[in-house]
Design a protein around this ligand. Sequence first.
Ligand code: PEP
Length: 247
Amino acid sequence: MRRKLAAGNWKMNGSRAALAELTALEPAAAGAAEVLICPPAPLVALAADHAQAVQIGGQDCHANQSGAHTGDTSAAILKDAGAGYVILGHSERRADYGESDADVRAKCDAAWEAGLTAVVCVGETLDQRESQNTLDIIGGQLAGSIPDAATGHNLVVAYEPVWAIGTGKIPTLEQIGDVHDFIRAKLERRFGEGVGLSVRLLYGGSVKPSNAQEIFGVSNVDGALVGGASLKAADFNQIIAALNAEA
Ligand code: PEP
């Protein structure tokens, strides 16, 4: 049985004052679904000290655990700060920093070595969808970004169509279901049925209180990775409630 997961990606937003939003998530986070917030790196330790039922994660990590990498944060440092998760291969990092599948794979190895669960993001651009390449792209990203030692505990996969992130546009429910079924089948084929069936699959891209319930009803959608609508507890609580209703 896969535990549902509502994950919030604060991106480069937030402040110490915004940690009050975490407190406002606690009642909903005590429900059936797991709740995760990934704040900017300087807030991870504070958030982890602040949180009770809410889990805390990083938004990226370096492929090394320590060393001369100015400005970077390692998985070991995130773990020490109280994180349990790290988002890897978000499309904004793939676009802004040219992160390749091989880079994401190396970071994933580092996350696992440090004892973090990796939320590996995959997703097609609008051009790739319009040229009917979505499944090829997703298949390639899965194969290239996920190391061999995946388990249902150390891996979560987030399907995030690049064109749906922060745009208010979402794929049809059928399109979401097709990609999630495809990802499930790929994981089962590569890692075996036990692991393949236990990895949680999140949908991400313009999830809001108004569309969460219908998205959570799609097959193989085990939760969501949410950007903008995770910044305010009033919105994210409604998304968590919709997920708790499915759990
Ligand atoms: C994201 O950044 O992962 C995301 C899904 O953003 P938004 O919900 O704002 O589209």
